[in-house]
Design a protein around this ligand. Sequence first.
Ligand SMILES: [Zn+2]
Length: 89
Amino acid sequence: MRAENATSTVDGNVLAGLLAGVLDGDVTTLVGVCAGCGAAAALAETVVEIDEAGAIARCRSCTHTLLTVLQEGDGVRVVLGMLRELRRG
Ligand SMILES: [Zn+2]
């Protein structure tokens, strides 16, 4: 007999649809949760230090770095910091 809540293991392609539900659209409306202090706020409410190399988004409550966005040639690199959770809605 199979349990009703059995899990399956598949490859990472399954994440495409799931992550699109979070990352599509205006990312500044996403709510980020800080691992440092637990504050939850829209990314638009972070404090951002910006220069020609990129941007550092800091938690408005405790100033920990949530994430860094770096311009590298034609690409962009996102380095996650104290961003514990990202959610839409
Ligand atoms: Zn914080």
